[in-house]
Design a protein around this ligand. Structure first.
Ligand code: 9G3
Length: 571
């Protein structure tokens, strides 16, 4: 491709609201342009990179035995009403009416569509197992689209759905998709980890997220550097390190009330009493589906709402208001404590494991500006119920091998779920088994954010000068620069190189623009193709200059050795 023909508007500066480096670089390098908030056009270079990712996904999906198809983006509301999700999702589900006033949703995901299709088209057990997939535009009206392609309102997703006779069958399909995802992300060159995750609103049991490691990532993952354990913080478990008991523990001292004016936070209390947060027990007043729930946790840990929801089997968890604390607990916000609350009718009290066996602990006295100290949990709170309700924290160790856990930020680029019969049951997708009995089909669903993968790759592959494309994804393999386009020798040699490499199957972008050399070198670094070839003053000696974008290596090369060199460099 000759660059003077290419639509590739590079920029020196980008809008201030482009916070993520991948957003800035893809705008500056002329890969994408924003049409509206969270909605982007892919310019030719952006589309080439996107298509390369898509190609890897298709190859691995097909190799795993999945069949590609394409479903509509316009979904009749009836389907979403049948699954019950029309009312569950709020403004995030984009809705519109057709000319006859019929309601439609713009597809945010396709469980309803695919399950209704399988319901109508598959009846016999002989057709199972089957995995179908598509690569299609999804619409989700995010409240805060941000970071360019990382969180858009219209994005490209590969979504696959598996259909099995039994949960044992689903386990095999799930494993096959999981392994295909591992191959896909390895081929893209992404640094990633598959982590145990929470299935969230979609329901189902097992689920794993594939996280690309990046500081801009909105998820926190926890992994063990020694064994395979890895989980989203939402779900991660860890071993609490043994406390070095500083305070002597004379078991005789009963809980003693102490005046702690305005010490309503852990920090203030810890400073006022000169005790470590590990010795303070936080008492947090919640509402679980409306019912009062009091949770205890050690002062240096944070509550994990998803774990609480699962332990008490509640849908909604919220903080009690100050009034509710006063009226329903007859206590004072910031000074709530378990002693005196226990046994109060209707108040469920549960403690995180971090509270077990604490001695010389400090708790709220259920009175403004007062706390109790010298609390021995086993002595003073003998009937406490315990559960894992906390976010694991730095310093916790691996439950499998006791190595210290590592925390990292991640971008969710893939997500695999075991759905079970949630959709097949609500939509009536059944199959007839050998005995002719009707059985619910067992489903799994598997997503990859194709456009998000593109941005994640840029997040992990750039330097101060621009993008550094992995060979498997780069829009062009070679960037050929002619320093003086008026110089006949340089143009002739450039043409020869372009033809030779193109015929040999390399994708070459030839910068034949009437631009100063500096501009060409700058743009080549910004666009980030793996190998830059420069035809300059040594053209007469059939010598060109090569520069490898990733490691910066620069060297001269005789044109006769160029083809062999490229074959070595790219293989
Ligand atoms: C919606 C809207 C947003 C959504 C969903 C539905 C996320 C929704 C979860 C999934 C589950 C899997 C198939 C591919 C892999 C992920 N956000 N999810 O269901 F209506 Cl507005 O999409 N779907």
């Amino acid at each position: 491709m000759r660059q003077q023909l290419l639509l590739n508007p590079t920029l020196r500066d980008v809008p201030a609201d482009a916070e993520a480096v991948s957003h800035r670089l893809m705008l500056r390098a002329g890969f994408i342009r924003q049409l509206s908030s969270g909605i982007y056009s892919y310019l030719p270079l952006g589309l080439k990179a996107l298509r390369n990712i898509q190609q890897i996904v298709q190859e691995e999906m097909d190799a795993a035995g999945a069949q590609e198809m394409l479903m509509p983006a316009l979904h009749p509301s009836e389907l979403w009403k049948e699954s019950g999700r029309w009312d569950i999702y709020g403004p995030e589900l984009m809705r519109l009416e057709d000319r006859n006033g019929r309601e439609f949703a713009l597809g945010a995901t396709h469980e309803e569509v695919i399950t209704s299709l399988v319901r109508d088209e598959i009846q016999s057990y002989k057709k199972l197992p089957m995995t179908l997939y598509q690569i299609q535009t999804k619409f989700r009206d995010e409240r805060r689209p941000r970071y360019g392609l990382l969180r858009g309102r219209e994005f490209l997703m590969k979504d696959a759905y598996s259909f099995d006779r039994s949960s044992a069958g689903l386990d095999l399909s799930y494993k096959q998709m999981y392994n295909a995802y591992d191959r896909i992300f390895r081929r893209t060159g992404l640094k990633f980890r598959a982590v145990e995750a929470d299935s969230g609103a979609i329901g189902g049991t097992d689920t794993h997220e594939f996280m690309a490691l990046a500081d801009v990532g909105e998820d926190t993952i926890v992994y063990c550097p020694s064994c395979q354990y890895a989980a989203n913080l939402e779900k991660a478990v860890g071993v609490i390190p043994e406390l070095q008991m500083t305070a002597e523990t004379n078991n005789s001292t009963p809980p003693e009330k102490i005046h702690t004016p305005q010490a309503s936070s852990i920090k203030k209390l810890s400073q006022f009493l000169n005790v470590k947060p590990q010795q303070i027990i936080k008492t947090i007043a919640l509402k679980a589906d409306g019912a009062p729930l009091v949770v205890l946790i050690r002062g240096d840990y944070e509550l994990n709402e998803i774990k609480i929801r699962q332990v008490v089997n509640a849908e909604q968890i919220s903080m009690m208001t100050e009034d509710e604390i006063m009226n329903e607990l007859r206590s004072v916000a910031g000074f709530i404590g378990p002693i005196g609350l226990l046994g109060r009718s209707g108040v469920q009290l549960i403690a995180d494991d971090s509270v077990r066996g604490l001695t010389e602990a400090v708790i709220g006295a259920n009175e403004a500006d007062f706390h109790l100290q010298h609390v021995q949990v086993d002595r003073d709170l003998p009937t406490l119920m315990y559960a894992d309700l906390r976010n694991v924290a730095e310093g916790d160790t691996c439950v499998h091998c006791l190595s210290e856990l590592v925390f990292a930020k991640g971008i969710e680029v893939g997500h695999v779920f075991k759905l079970g019969t949630k959709y097949s049951h609500s939509l009536g997708a059944v199959y007839n088994d050998e005995a002719g009995a009707s059985q619910d089909i067992v489903m799994g669903c598997y997503g990859i954010g194709i456009s998000r993968v593109l941005a994640a790759i840029v997040e992990q592959n750039h330097d101060d000068y621009g993008i550094i494309w992995p060979h498997a994804i780069t829009p062009f393999s070679i960037h050929l620069l002619t320093v003086k386009t008026q110089d006949e020798a340089q143009m002739k040699l450039s043409e020869h190189i372009y033809d030779t490499l193109t015929r040999a199957g390399f994708s070459v972008l030839w910068d034949d623009r009437e631009e100063r050399p500096g501009v060409k070198f700058h743009d080549a670094d910004l666009l980030g193709f793996p190998l830059r070839l420069t035809v300059g003053k040594k053209a007469a000696e059939s010598s060109i200059e090569c520069k490898e974008r990733r490691n910066g290596n620069q060297y001269e090369l005789q044109v006769d050795n160029l083809l062999a060199h490229c074959q070595t460099f790219f293989n």
